[in-house]
Design a protein around this ligand. Structure first.
Ligand SMILES: [Zn+2]
Length: 232
């Protein structure tokens, strides 16, 4: 894969992850700053956050932008269509000596900037709807649920498709296409959670097998003993 396309998909995933965050009402100042850094990278492909960026990305503007994006992303995955609104914006055309002209839209508000970025990044990434995957970790978006609720969720999840707002896994685009048989995860954190859970389940089922084998052996022992007694 070209490094350009890789970069586009990384930015697209940052935007998808932002849109689906459920913790915006409890972020620390440091986390807000980290989020602004991600959004600056999504929109401008730039790593440092300036005072102007902070002014452009006030908390209220971030919350407002997220509200519009999250349903659009669910719609893109579920039906393949989303309608997002753009407010006023300008276009900056520029060139440096010897290079072709290029342009960039300059939106007046963050929601327009992020809606435009979603359209731009999806277009540049050249992905199909089928490549918008859902993370296979059933507690991906609800990491703090109690184990009992998690199990119930997993059962529910197997029985019927959850409604879009209750999607248990985040929507993301894999950098590399996963093998058909393999489950895909939105992050290494989710992959690790499932690996640990599977390992514990395996240990538990091994322990149960061991108990059953011991029980069988005990019964067999009793029968042998009875036969011995009867012979006498
Ligand atoms: Zn996940």
């Amino acid at each position: 894969m070209s490094s350009l396309r890789r970069n586009i998909i990384i930015r697209l995933n940052l935007l998808l992850a932002f849109a689906q965050r459920k913790d915006l009402n409890q972020l620390s100042n440091g986390q807000w700053e980290k989020l602004r850094k991600d959004l600056v990278y999504v929109i401008y492909h730039r790593k440092d956050v300036t005072a102007d960026d902070r002014y452009f990305m006030k908390i209220g503007a971030i919350l407002d932008a997220q509200r519009h994006l999250v349903s659009a992303i669910n719609n893109l995955k579920d039906v393949g269509v989303a309608h997002l609104h753009l407010n006023q914006q300008g276009v900056i055309i520029a060139t440096v000596k010897g290079k072709p002209f290029s342009y960039r839209y300059q939106p007046d508000d963050l929601s327009t900037a992020l809606n435009g970025s979603l359209a731009y990044l999806l277009d540049k990434a050249r992905i199909t709807r089928e490549e918008l995957l859902e993370c296979a970790n059933p507690t991906c978006q609800f990491p703090y649920l109690a184990p009992k609720t998690i199990r119930k969720r997993v059962v529910d999840y197997d029985e019927k498709e959850p409604p879009p707002s209750m999607r248990s896994g985040r929507i993301f685009v894999p950098i590399r296409k996963p093998a058909k048989s393999k489950r895909a995860y939105c992050s290494t954190a989710c992959a690790r959670v499932v690996a640990v859970r599977d390992y514990r389940d395996r240990l538990r089922s091994d322990a149960q097998k061991y108990e059953r084998a011991k029980e069988k052996e005990r019964k067999r022992g009793k029968q042998r003993y009875r036969k011995k007694i009867l012979k006498k």
